[in-house]
Design a protein around this ligand. Structure first.
Ligand code: IPE
Ligand code: IPE
Ligand code: MG
Length: 258
């Protein structure tokens, strides 16, 4: 194992930068958006898909390099069958219809999560979409589907244990960097800015390891309403934060003037 940089800490490149290199979003509030209009939750999810297209475009325009969107959690299978089915259909339709737009806009797509549960058809569409966008380098979009932070850490532990058993790895070599490299976000810098819409103030088993030092932004705006202006507000709030990573404020301002 080469002593690469510690990926569980934000990259040096971003320290002091005002635009977050990686933005991670819990897109919450579709159901309530629909309920307020006397519509079915399904309509909320359809409208939510439009907000997904919007944030991808706007983050690209703002110079965000990595965008991770939480689309379906490992816990969302517990929802009524009808809703789960609709969410799967929407996912398929995005994979079938939206890839051209990603290609046109230089967006690379990766789907992160426990993908085995999705079945062969979705599996094939995911592979195709990832391959078609693999060389795009304007922005890297990660869609978290059947994702859970605890699942992610567990699968990393399993792979590390397997490597220890086969002798490929000495358990003494297991450190934070190695764990990070076995998470599904391997190679992706940790999120700098976390946004949750819909008013709840929780992480809901999203990127629990990777968010260790992210700035956390919560807004009451429901996901289908999340506009370019709302994104700019979040980015401006981020720019005003002092990221100390355990140091003192004096140390940070000295380094900034060096
Ligand atoms: C987020 O909106 C979308 C998914 C979880 C798939 P919700 O469906 O959770 O909307 P609320 O929280 O019920 O309003
Ligand atoms: C989190 O939203 C998951 C996604 C946005 C995909 P939920 O609406 O499922 O979260 P909880 O259950 O309210 O915490
Ligand atoms: Mg919700």
């Amino acid at each position: 194992m080469s002593p690469a940089k510690n990926k569980s800490l934000p990259s040096e490149k971003n320290t002091g930068s005002t635009i977050p290199r990686h933005v991670a979003v819990i897109m919450d509030g579709n159901g309530r958006w629909a309920k307020r209009r006397g519509q079915s939750r399904v309509m909320g999810h359809k409208k939510g898909a439009e907000a997904v297209r919007r944030i991808i475009r706007n983050c690209g325009d703002q110079g965000v390099e990595y965008l991770t969107l939480f689309a379906f959690s490992s816990e969302n299978w517990k929802r009524p069958n009808r809703e789960v089915k609709l969410l799967m259909e929407l996912f398929i339709s995005v994979l079938e219809k939206d890839i051209d737009v990603l290609v046109e806009n230089g967006v690379r797509l990766s789907i992160i999560g426990d993908l085995e549960r999705f079945g062969k058809r979705i599996g094939r569409l995911i592979k195709k979409a990832e391959m078609r966008t693999a060389t795009n380098n304007r922005m890297h979009l990660m869609i978290a589907a059947n994702y859970g932070g605890r699942w992610d850490i567990t699968q990393a532990c399993q792979r590390l244990a397997e490597k220890s058993r086969s002798g490929e790895l000495n358990p003494d070599e297991i450190n934070e960097e190695l764990i990070s490299r076995h998470l599904v976000t391997d190679e992706i810098p940790d999120p700098d800015l976390f946004i949750r819409t819909g008013g709840e103030k929780r992480i809901s088993n999203f990127l629990i390891w990777q968010l260790a030092y992210a700035e956390l932004y919560f807004t009451d705006v429901l996901w289908p309403d999340f506009s370019k202006e709302n994104l700019i507000d979040a980015l401006q709030w981020f720019a005003s934060r002092e990221r100390r990573f355990g140091k003192t404020s004096e140390q940070i301002s000295k380094a900034g003037h060096a």
